[in-house]
Design a protein around this ligand. Sequence first.
Ligand SMILES: [Mn+2]
Length: 471
Amino acid sequence: MTQQKQHSLLNRANEAKDLLSKHIKEDHVIRIVSHNDADGLSAAGVIAKAITEEGGQFHTTIVPRLKSDVIAELAKEKYKLFIFSDMGSACLKPISYLKADVIIADHHQPDSDETHDENPNNNRNNRDNRDNRDFSHIHVNPHLFGIDGSTEISGAGTSYLTIRELGEGKKHLAPLALVGAFGDMQGQNGFIGINELIVEDGKESGSLEIHEDLKTVSKAQEPLYKSLAYTFTPALPGLTGDLEGSTGFLEKMGLSYGIKFTDLEDEEKDVLKDELIKINPAIFGDVYSVPKENPVLRDLEEYAYILDACGKNKKTGLGLSIALGERGEALDAAINLQRKYRDQLIKGMEWIKRERSNQLDYIQYIYSEDKVLKSVMGTISAVGIATELLPKNKPILGLSRMHNDIKVSGRTIREMVDKGVDLGKALHDSSLSFGGQGGGHDIAAGAMIPYKEMDNFLNLVNDMIEHQLNS
Ligand SMILES: [Mn+2]
């Protein structure tokens, strides 16, 4: 059954590949529109690299959200093929009016009322919209085939499947697809589902290696205490986001906190490993790397965090150029952004440690108007739970004031999803009730709501989560 679902998804992806191939052969510049996070940047990188390798050209735009005004602007452009990656499935209707061929390579939940008619040849939209019958609109999305897009494949993975068999084959791009998966937190506890197939492709192409190691970050770049404090996944309670806590922990072991992990003696490494495993066993496990890559990007998970830092600092052009293979100065600039972003995360975690969260019966929330805190709200919400600074048994909403609106980042843990929580649905339905919009995955979702409705919104989400847990 699983095999069959994967087979159907691969078939759909191959239809998209044929369409892309046709446009490359006709020398059309391919219009790529992708998301501004690590997954979206990797997705655009995977597609753009594949096009380049086939001698084609592309033009990419990275956006934080695919809103109808973005699509309206695209509609004025004269491109013959648009590719939406890591986005698009929530905007099937406006996209259906584009008078061009379209590939959507996304892993988010599609518009609920359009899932059944996703085949462009018998699509309700196309019937309303007869002028569009000459165009192919191909929707590649795991959810259409009963595959869970929040755990089993990323936007970069879906994009990878659409170019996997382009030309002589593109399995050497599998690691970049996995960078996207790490960016969407899919590989941290091992890959499952169709991501496993992408891992196999990476191994087969000879570019990807997997070995067991400590999963602390920046082992060769940062002093030990920072390396521990900057390790957000897996979270290390007492150390993650806590420079003082990390320093104290290392001093207690008799290790000098200022040296790099790579400069420790082998015995010291073993002692540290044993102590860290006591805090969180997940800190030792499979590390996915591309040995011939630049040391800073060699570990795919760290690669994802660097792209993430670019996206979070609105330097998507920089992130994209790295995903496309630029190194040197571009990489230096990205590392600086990452330092800045890590400082912001530390500030955010100190705030959580000090203030904790506000409690409703079934959810908790944090609220800020501070510019720095707002920029790290989603991450510190999730890591606040993972480090046990905040209760695990309630989904958390991170609320940021944006003029007259509130930006909502919702996060929960797998155990709560298993008990019935679907944050994507709760945020979608509750934000709609107050004239906002939202959605996302069961475990992580977002919304935008009017500021004046904040309390009503929180109460409604609370009721919806209660209902999800009790039905
Ligand atoms: Mn994604």
